[in-house]
Design a protein around this ligand. Structure first.
Ligand code: NAP
Length: 320
């Protein structure tokens, strides 16, 4: 089957492309930037995928990129311009697909996005409505947060000598597992809302912080993530979690261990690679020396700023 993966260079897009190639599909990656030689995305081109540079906001380039495509998987994302890409961009994408004769649009959304008052999640709900009311027969899968997102959160806080903690519950999943479900949807044909999928374990942010700290050999203190009640309540109640757990797939600690092994094998360079060898010992010593400073109020304020940066709109939620 001829499949275009919009955002095929991203965290989810790459395993989607890999999975479709594995299943014998002809795959066209569509994104704004051409994969850099030596990158993981460039390796997909060596395996047979093609790349078309196009911006979802540019109708002509998009139309050219979709010629001859039977199915589109939309794995694009832009946290900073969520509504522009996921809502307005999706309307344009679907109209362009309809004009190009695309028979099936496969969309990805987030478990519980309609339960948690964040602007990004509101954009995801709107994106779902655009897809369901659009001109192209569709399938839609909701998944929980990817391991990379949780790793990113802790890495961002670690720069400020602390880790966010608390009882907010998440169920991180390996995007390769989500990619397999999306490839199933591609081959099943238009099937509307598909059964949602989540990671193998529901864990609190505090438990995940402990796993991250152990994987990295860090001694950073944990501090509660400052969340407004209307956000904290649904997160503690598990609004982002699902009973549909992908059992037998890596949980966060196992994913971190494998990412560390991969990074060490590749000669380092990624954040997880700090978990190994001398870097790990240095980090632990460094942390011990700075523990006291990390507990002061200034650091906590810095943590709150990082939370705002990650969610983009926690501030917006507080003020409403
Ligand atoms: N991250 C999570 O935890 C999570 C969980 C559940 C569902 N999801 C959903 O999964 C999807 C993918 O998320 P992700 O985290 O994999 O995203 P990502 O890693 O940020 O990748 C985004 C991709 O979209 C492309 N892109 C961005 N703007 C574009 C534009 N204007 N035109 C064309 N391509 C564009 C990017 O390439 P260029 O920048 O080169 O264009 C990149 O390939 C999103 O719908 C997200 O809501 C994510």
């Amino acid at each position: 089957m001829d499949v275009a993966v919009i955002g095929g260079t991203g965290v989810l897009g790459q395993p989607v492309v890999a999975e479709l190639l594995e299943r014998g599909d002809t795959v066209r990656i569509v994104s704004r930037s051409t994969p850099v030689p030596g990158s993981a995305a460039a390796a997909l081109l060596e395996r047979g995928a093609q790349h078309r540079a196009a911006d979802i906001r540019d109708g002509d380039a998009l139309a050219a990129a979709l010629q001859g495509v039977e199915t589109v998987v939309d794995a694009s994302n832009d946290q900073r311009a969520a509504r522009e890409l996921l809502v307005e961009g999706n309307r344009r994408l679907l109209a362009t697909e309809a004009a190009a004769g695309v028979a099936h649009h496969v969309a990805i959304s987030i478990v519980g996005c309609d339960q948690v008052p964040l602007g990004y999640y509101r954009a995801k709900v709107e994106q779902e409505q655009v897809v369901a009311g659009g001109p192209v027969p569709w399938s839609l899968l909701r998944a929980t947060q990817f391991h990379q997102l949780i790793d990113y959160l802790f890495t961002a806080f670690a720069r400020m000598r602390m880790l966010p903690s608390g009882a907010a519950r998440v169920q991180p999943i390996d995007p390769a597992v989500v990619a397999a479900h999306l490839a199933d949807a591609v081959h099943a044909g238009p099937s509307g809302r598909r059964p949602e999928i989540g990671g193998p374990r529901v864990q609190t942010l505090g438990e995940l912080a402990t796993s991250w700290r152990e994987a990295h050999g860090r001694r950073l203190p944990k501090a509660p993530l400052p969340l407004p009640p209307k956000l904290g309540r649904p997160l503690r109640a598990g609004a982002l979690c699902t009973g549909a757990a992908a059992t037998g797939t890596p949980d966060f600690a196992q994913w971190l261990a494998r990412a560390g092994e991969r990074a060490a094998g590749a000669g380092g360079g990624e954040s997880v690679s700090e978990a190994s060898g001398a870097a790990r010992a240095d980090a632990a010593r460094d942390d011990a020396a700075r523990d006291d400073a990390a507990r002061d109020a200034g650091t906590r304020r810095a943590g709150a700023r990082a939370a705002n940066t990650l969610h983009g709109d926690v501030k917006e939620s507080v003020s409403r």
